[in-house]
Ligand binder design. Structure first.
Ligand SMILES: Nc1ncnc2c1ncn2[C@@H]1O[C@H](COP(=O)(O)OP(=O)(O)O)[C@@H](O)[C@H]1O
Ligand SMILES: [Mg+2]
Length: 320
């Protein structure tokens, strides 16, 4: 869509990947379900989730613990498959990939950063060796590896820590290396599952700022998960997941002269929108249900061109 349209041939997966010739957003999830079976119990982790992310966007996924954020990210990373629905990244159909395609997808299309700093890096390798490793596995030659690893570490602000092993790096520095590792093979999509979860607020904010910079500088599409709603002031768009479904979207209100991403964060204002899915379903935020003590039946009306919801019990009292 935003890139040049390339011919798609099944033998040229390289061309297939970035084409956008499908007309879909780059990341496109529609009515995605994920059900985990634990003994005789079924846990519905995603229930009809929709997601659209355009190429080059940076999007935050927010939601309380257990809302399905990691489940979604693991599916996007190719670590897990949905139980039902449609989910595509570029022209990869994540529901229907052969095991060979899964390997190719993980190697070429996505980079992943885990919350646990220790999980991202090999402890016995230096920072630069950690960044070189994925390139080695992808068969890149040593000159390319060394140059790209050096460049990436400089880019994430660790030019002077390249030969340190993880144990001699702070948590924030380790996450910076992890981001460099994830970007080593130039994936178009970077996924980060609560990369700031183990960091203090200030260090966490620096990591988010770094992700914003990388998004702008390299054009990498980034999806970053967090349970911290404050993130919505530092990225262009945040999507809230509630009970396994995308529920609301928070967007920065851009004032004149202000740019999305980068430094402009500060006291930026945000606005929250309710998402309407393809079947017309919406989820009323719990806080609003509680505030008005809404019951199970609401009267839906159009009043002066606005859709209004009224508790039928409230009609008499005119309280709500
Ligand atoms: N492998 C699994 N087996 C069983 N249940 C799981 C598994 N992974 C996640 N769940 C359940 O799915 C729901 C969503 O989990 P998760 O995606 O990890 O949430 P979040 O990352 O938002 O905290 C939770 O109820 C969790 O217990
Ligand atoms: Mg999680």
């Amino acid at each position: 869509m935003q890139e040049e349209t390339r011919p798609a041939g099944p033998e040229s997966s390289d061309q297939l990947k970035a084409s956008g010739a499908s007309g879909r957003p780059y990341v496109y999830g529609n009515d995605v379900f994920k059900i985990f079976k634990v003994a005789d119990l079924e846990v519905v982790a995603l229930r009809g989730l929709d997601l659209k992310v355009e190429k080059g966007e940076i999007v935050a996924i927010i939601g309380s613990s257990g809302s399905g954020k990691s489940t979604l990210l693991n599916i996007l990373a190719g670590y897990d498959t949905p139980s039902a629905g449609n989910i595509y990244v570029g022209d990869y159909d994540l529901l229907n990939m052969t095991s060979k395609e899964v390997v190719e997808y993980r190697r070429n299309e996505v980079g992943f950063v885990w919350q646990q700093t220790a999980r991202n890096l090999f402890p016995y390798l230096s920072a630069i060796e950690n960044v070189e490793l994925p390139m080695m596995l992808a068969g890149r030659d040593s000159t390319h590896r060394r140059k790209r690893a050096t460049d990436l570490l400089a880019l994430v602000g660790l030019g002077n820590r390249m030969n340190h092993k993880p144990e001699h790096l702070s948590g924030g520095e380790q996450q910076r290396v992890a981001i460099a590792v994830a970007l080593a093979n130039e994936p178009p999509l970077l996924l980060a599952d609560e990369p700031t979860g183990e960091l203090d607020d200030e260090t966490g904010a620096e990591i988010l700022e770094l992700l914003n910079h990388l998004n702008v500088d390299m054009g990498t599409t980034i999806i970053v998960v967090t349970h911290d709603p404050a993130i919505s002031t530092s990225v262009g768009r945040a999507i809230a997941i509630r009970d396994g479904k995308t529920s609301t979207e928070i967007r920065r209100v851009v004032k004149e002269g202000q740019q999305i991403g980068g430094e402009a964060a500060g006291a930026a204002e945000t606005e929250e929108f309710l998402l309407v899915d393809a079947s017309g379903r919406v989820q009323i935020p719990r806080e609003m249900i509680d505030e008005l003590d809404l019951g199970e039946r609401l009267r839906v009306e159009i009043v002066d061109g606005r859709v209004t919801l009224r508790d039928i019990d409230a009609d008499d009292t005119e309280k709500k």
